[in-house]
Design a protein around this ligand. Structure first.
Ligand code: PRP
Ligand code: URA
Length: 215
């Protein structure tokens, strides 16, 4: 399955603000939400829709509704920064959470929480802003796929080539939607040029933020 890079100028404008180290957490959260809207619009383009008719004030009109089988799964914690965009776009969406934390040295994800709604036969939007080595996304996909979804779609903000390759190897049927395919990873598994640690920037937990100013 394919990789879609959202090249809309607005998506790229928002991504540039997220990359900027000067963007503080409150603004980072707002922009992350706006960018997720742009990415999710792209991701749901191919989802099944249902033909309906509605009564306008003048006459009946044909229309379409997106089928109500949508599930959003946020990978904790950084995926939370993308979730509100989805619940606002699709108020009826069912929401699940998968808690994964990547080990600083081995870069392997450890699972610490999982709560999923029924996903059998449903379309799942899997949300995690950073696809680095791909270990976390691949692990989350494996977990969701044991429950028999109709399809999993992975939505992220920045992808590294290594993460895309891992997903295409382990879950070739899962399409990836991102705002950028970046160049590489550091030895510590950070995306280059990337935007740093998304969870830390989202929640203001970057180590230097709590430090007293230099005098
Ligand atoms: C980050 C990010 C992804 C993962 C990506 O989470 O949100 O889940 O790393 O890396 P990978 O593709 O190499 O697995 P992290 O483990 O730092 O946890 P956090 O969201 O709680 O900060
Ligand atoms: N997780 C992040 O938050 N940022 C990266 O660059 C890689 C993993």
């Amino acid at each position: 399955m394919g990789l879609t890079v959202a090249d809309h100028p607005l998506a790229q404008h928002l991504l540039t603000q997220l990359r900027d180290v000067q963007t503080p957490p409150p603004l980072f959260r707002t922009i992350a939400k706006r960018l997720t809207i742009a990415l999710v619009l792209e991701a749901v383009r191919g989802l099944p829709s249902v033909r309906v008719e509605v009564e306008t004030p003048l006459e009946r009109a044909p229309g379409r509704t997106i089928s109500p089988d949508l599930v959003a799964v946020a990978i904790l914690r950084a995926g939370l920064g993308m979730l509100e965009a989805v619940t606002e776009l699709f108020p009826e969406v069912s929401v699940g959470y998968i808690g994964l934390e990547r080990d600083d040295v081995t870069l392997q994800p450890t699972s610490y929480y999982e709560k999923l709604p029924p996903v059998e036969g449903r379309h799942v939007l899997l949300l995690d802003p950073m696809l680095a080595t791909g270990g976390s996304a691949a692990r989350a996909c494996s977990s969701i796929k044991t429950k028999g979804p109709a399809q999993v779609l992975f939505v992220c903000v920045v992808a590294a080539p290594q993460g895309v390759a891992r997903m295409q190897r382990d879950h070739p049927e899962v399409p990836i939607f991102t705002a950028a395919l970046d160049r590489d990873l550091t030895e510590n598994g950070y995306i280059l040029p990337g935007l740093g640690d998304f969870g830390d920037r989202l929640y203001g937990t970057e180590p230097h933020l709590g430090a007293p100013p230099n005098r």
